[in-house]
Ligand binder design. Structure first.
Ligand SMILES: Cc1cc2nc3c(=O)[nH]c(=O)nc-3n(C[C@H](O)[C@H](O)[C@H](O)COP(=O)(O)OP(=O)(O)OC[C@H]3O[C@@H](n4cnc5c(N)ncnc54)[C@H](O)[C@@H]3O)c2cc1C
Length: 410
């Protein structure tokens, strides 16, 4: 049996693909299905981000973000001390030459991401949760179009369908928007999920239907034994030949325990949902690029998600970004009242070199990694799961994933 640690979208997808490649698989989670970061994301399947999200290189920009006033970026001052080496590496890896290299490694995964989602969604009967009509990136700042065009050009070179819209075209495409934007990008080839929690659950149901097992337990109890792994769980001691770490932001703890120091940090983000009114039914998710938030039309509500907050995973929630952008969101769209009592907080697990960790654990033959998908865990879950399953079962993959091996940090 193979044991997948973590039942978020990445773990569940990994379990499904391992089953597809003929393995007997169990999923383990301490907290049920899809209740971690996978619960609260914006639902975007971004077949767009062919360039990694870099650390600013310009001193003026860095100093501006350091004021902690921009809603696109927030940090906890005391956590920064611990985070400083990670941030230095992030800055260093964000040099243009390296960014090009990373983009070449990661782009094939993005380009195949939606196809894999469609295959899984169809099998799991989750088609109606997948809306394949893209999303809109919107801005009021003409000067920012130049930088955005770099991403557009790369996407067009990869044959992605992209439209640049002016203010009138945006208003025509989403007539319910109350504010007039200056320019926008419609990413036609992307998609979105209208209920991320239910989507993970649907994929999980398929896994169970195909003979998979779900175990409640703590991955921190994993022990290496002869020919595999043992773990104490709700059903007693279990034994697995292979263990796969897919614990999202909690993956670092297990890795450290087995001697791997992965430079992981947490790009935290918040969400709140608002009631639908007749005038809030936008057709596709929109990103207010100037303020770094997404308004995503979900199944039963409009979900607002925020950009990046650098803080330890367990530091106190400080939803300042959400409070800052909430009135802006209301001025863009006629939304109803808040639907949740509490503001949701999640942590995007990110490496300092902007690439996920996928592959065999360098010092253990039967330990495998699939985590650190940062901003794109939902997008990349099925394709990274498929590639890891190929590596584990066939020893080779249809896309080269050697750059994502944890050995790059040793
Ligand atoms: C605000 C926000 C918006 C986002 N928007 C998008 C988006 O639009 N598109 C996109 O592609 N990505 C988005 N993301 C990122 C995406 O949500 C994550 O990358 C993804 O959900 C990570 O999935 P995962 O399965 O790796 O981790 P998780 O969903 O966190 O799953 C990890 C699992 O491990 C379990 N676990 C933890 N510790 C233990 C333990 N000790 N023992 C057993 N189990 C344990 C947890 O209970 C959890 O179920 C967003 C993230 C945030 C925060």
């Amino acid at each position: 049996m193979d044991l997948v640690l973590g039942a978020g979208i990445v773990g569940v997808s990994t379990a499904l693909y391992l089953q597809q490649y003929g393995r007997n698989v169990a999923l383990l989670d301490i907290n049920g299905i899809g209740k971690g970061t996978s619960f609260g994301n914006a639902g975007l399947i971004e077949k767009t981000d062919l360039l990694p999200r870099v650390f600013p290189r310009n001193l003026g920009e860095i100093l501006y973000y350091a004021t902690n006033k921009d809603p696109r970026f927030h940090y906890h001052l005391f956590d920064l001390i611990k985070l400083a080496p990670w941030l230095m590496q992030y800055w260093h890896k964000s040099n243009p030459k390296n960014v090009e290299k990373i983009a070449n490694y990661i782009s094939p995964l993005f380009l195949q991401s939606l196809d894999e989602h469609k295959i899984l969604a169809k099998k799991a009967g989750a088609n109606r949760l997948l809306r394949a009509n893209g999303w809109l990136h919107l801005s009021r700042k003409p000067q920012d179009l130049i930088a955005a065009m770099k991403i557009v050009e790369r996407a067009r070179m990869a044959n992605l369908s992209v439209s640049i819209l002016n203010g009138e075209q945006i208003a025509k495409s989403e007539p319910l928007l109350k504010e007039k934007f200056t320019w926008g990008i419609h990413w036609h080839d992307s998609a979105s999920i209208i209920d991320p929690a239910q989507y993970t659950k649907k994929l999980y149901d398929l896994f169970i239907k195909q003979g998979g097992a779900m175990i409640e337990g703590d991955a921190r109890n994993l022990l290496e034994v002869k020919n595999g792994w043992a773990l104490k769980s709700n059903i007693g001691n279990i034994f697995a030949k292979n263990a796969i770490v897919a614990l999202g932001p909690h993956s670092g703890i297990i890795c450290k325990y087995f001697g791997y120091k992965i430079p992981l940090a947490f790009k935290r983000g918040y969400h709140m949902e608002y009631g639908y009114k007749e005038k809030s039914k936008i057709k596709i998710p929109i990103i207010d690029a100037d303020n770094g938030f997404v308004l995503a039309p979900m199944k039963n509500a409009i979900r607002l998600t925020t950009a990046v907050e650098f803080a330890n995973i367990d530091s106190k929630p400080t939803p300042k970004q959400l409070l800052k952008v909430e009135p802006i969101a209301h001025s863009i769209l006629d939304m109803g009242e808040r639907k949740q009592k509490n503001i949701w907080l999640g942590a995007r697990p990110a490496t300092s070199d902007m690439m996920p960790v996928i592959g065999r654990a360098p010092k253990h033959n039967r330990l495998w990694f699939n985590f650190a998908h940062a901003h794109h865990g939902l997008t990349l879950a099925p394709i990274s799961a498929k590639l890891l399953a190929q590596l584990m079962v066939e020893g080779k993959t249809e896309i080269d994933i050697s750059a994502f091996c944890a050995s790059r940090f040793s």
